[in-house]
Ligand binder design. Structure first.
Ligand SMILES: [Zn+2]
Length: 290
């Protein structure tokens, strides 16, 4: 089952997260009928979102990761809460690109192209926190590493991976985030870097069947790791008829009036999970009376 493991090492000078996210990535793939390169991109961003979500403290806190690029995928958006629930969608789900030259991996960076990564944290304060950086490679993990350094001033290493079956379903997905807290000593950084060098890629670890706990043991080897807790992770959308009605109302009374006059029921699709909602003319009329 999908879950996130949270750990510390070197007397809390290092904090780390690792996740296995095959089921939620497969749910996202089915919901949006994504092509392999888009499945990989969405799975990576969902995995990062799930881990960054549980970094937040409040029950009502919401994290949004939004990538916009000049490539064929155009971008993707992921939203996470602080309990391991994530949802997300690509702007263009059916991008097909040849594999990258050299390593023959899915060309996520090519599908996204040049662009920006935006991180929005709604922590229940007056204004949400917004951090934005230019994409470094569009491969997502590198871009988040850059974001943590630039916007949050937290030296971090992010690794994300999605492994596909031959029939384009998701075989495995997961990732890690390792962060250095203030006061970490140089020899500890050297030891961590040596560990990171041994880890070729997350995809490789996933192919070997490594669990999040085992990934952390490799990354934090010799650094006094303590596992703090394990949280379940899932693709979960909170859309509902009431939310759809609010979205319709937001379109404006004039627009609603127009829909009623046309006398046709309308179909609304939740962009996060693809669920369809039919709103009848009677329901539209009821909305107009509010
Ligand atoms: Zn939905």
């Amino acid at each position: 089952m999908d879950h996130i493991v949270r750990a510390t090492a070197d007397n809390e000078h290092i904090r780390a997260f690792a996740a296995t996210t095959k089921d939620l990535t497969e749910t996202a793939r089915k919901s949006h009928n994504t092509s392999p390169v888009v499945t990989a991109a969405l799975g990576r961003l969902l995995t990062a979102g799930a881990m960054m979500g549980i970094m937040m403290k409040g029950d009502e806190d919401v994290l949004t990761l939004s990538i916009r690029g000049e490539g064929a995928m155009q971008g993707l958006t992921v939203t996470a809460d602080s309990k391991g629930n994530v949802k997300g969608y690509p702007l263009e789900p059916l991008v097909l690109l040849p594999p990258r030259e050299g390593d023959h991996k899915l060309d996520v960076g090519g599908a996204i192209g040049r662009g920006t990564l935006r991180v929005i944290k709604d922590l229940g304060l007056k204004e949400p926190y917004i951090g934005e950086v230019d994409l470094v490679t569009g491969e997502i993990a590198d871009d988040l590493t850059y974001y943590f350094a630039q916007s949050e001033q937290i030296p971090s290493t992010v690794g994300l991976g999605v492994l596909m079956n031959k029939n384009n379903t998701v075989a495995a997905a997961g990732g890690f985030i390792v962060q250095l807290m203030p006061g970490v000593a140089d020899p500890v950084i050297d030891a961590l870097e040596a560990n990171l060098k041994k880890v070729t890629s997350v995809t490789e670890l996933l192919a070997q069947g490594k669990t999040p706990e085992e990934m952390l043991e490799l990354l934090l080897d010799g650094l006094g790791m303590t596992v703090l807790d394990t949280s379940p992770a899932a693709f979960k959308c909170d859309c509902s008829p009431a939310r759809i009605e609010r979205a319709l109302l937001a379109a404006g009374r004039e627009e609603l009036q127009h829909m009623v006059e046309e006398g046709r029921e309308i179909e609304m699709v939740c962009s996060f999970c693809g669920k369809k909602y039919i709103v009848s003319v009677d329901e539209l009329k009821k909305l107009l009376r509010y």
